[in-house]
Design a protein around this ligand. Structure first.
Ligand code: ZN
Length: 260
């Protein structure tokens, strides 16, 4: 007997196997299974710290705020220890099967690339924690290098070339999203015939516009998220289950379809 869940997984696999331009879209929910906390959830970091201390304005204007923020970044807030989980690996497998146009992500954790999706196929709306950038000369530093400097006692790291202010290359509260990335993500969402959203509540804007663009342009929508989203009623397939095992099952079924 097939369960409702199995039926939905087959439906998702049918859509993906038959797609010509599949766009995957991911939020914090895909990475919680890799042990990365969703910062906004209970027990998340913003229950221990005041988010107002972490706005771009404060970072730029207050040395005290910069010191606090760097302490937190150096303390493992931007740790690179996490590993991709089954959901990241499933998306990378779709890429290897030739079924993935790109991943658009709200995450900064680099796990799609770690799983095997090439950098140029990952559009990071909120930046990537692998890098810090000099706000004056633009020099980029591997974040790991900065972590070493912080551990060595530097409280507020500066650019080694120009002494300019360094900032993690992530989008902070109150900061504009990277314009070109946002435009390219929007363009690809509109061109998608199947849009697969995983682990996003679809409530953080402008990221949440992407699935709307896809649906408005006639794309099919597959939603994998444990909790309700504002787009549930527009979804062609709704999978309110854990991302890892669900995506693994979907990709297995896609592989079977493609082999038929
Ligand atoms: Zn510099």
């Amino acid at each position: 007997m097939t369960s409702d869940r199995d039926t939905r997984i087959q439906q998702a696999a049918d859509l993906i196997a038959g797609s010509r331009r599949l766009v995957a879209f991911t939020g914090a929910g895909i990475s919680t299974e890799s042990g990365i906390p969703d910062f906004r959830s209970p027990g998340g970091i913003w229950t221990r710290f005041d988010p107002d201390d972490f706005t771009i304005d404060r970072f730029l204007s207050s040395e005290d705020s910069r010191r606090k923020q760097w302490r937190l970044f150096g303390d493992g807030l931007l740790s690179d220890k996490a590993e991709p989980n089954l959901a990241h690996l499933a998306i990378a497998e779709l890429y290897r099967l030739g079924k993935l146009d790109c991943v658009i992500t709200q995450n900064i954790d680099n796990l799609h690339q770690k799983a095997g999706v090439p950098d140029e196929r990952v559009f990071e709306l909120h930046g990537n924690m692998r890098w810090a950038v000099c706000l004056d000369c633009g020099r980029r530093y591997a974040f790991a290098e900065i972590t070493v400097r912080l551990a060595g006692g530097e409280e507020i790291p500066h650019c080694l070339d120009c002494r300019g202010m360094l900032k993690p290359d992530i989008v902070m509260f109150g900061e504009q999203l990277p314009v070109r990335t946002l435009e390219e993500a929007a363009r690809r969402s509109m061109a998608a015939d199947v849009f697969l959203a995983i682990g996003s509540t679809l409530t953080v804007y402008p990221a949440a516009l992407m699935p709307q663009y896809a649906v408005q342009a006639g794309g099919k929508l597959i939603l994998v998220n444990l909790t309700e989203t504002p787009l549930d009623r527009r979804a062609d397939v709704l999978l309110p289950f854990m991302a890892g095992e669900t995506m693994q099952a979907v990709v297995e079924a896609v592989r079977t379809r493609l082999a038929e």
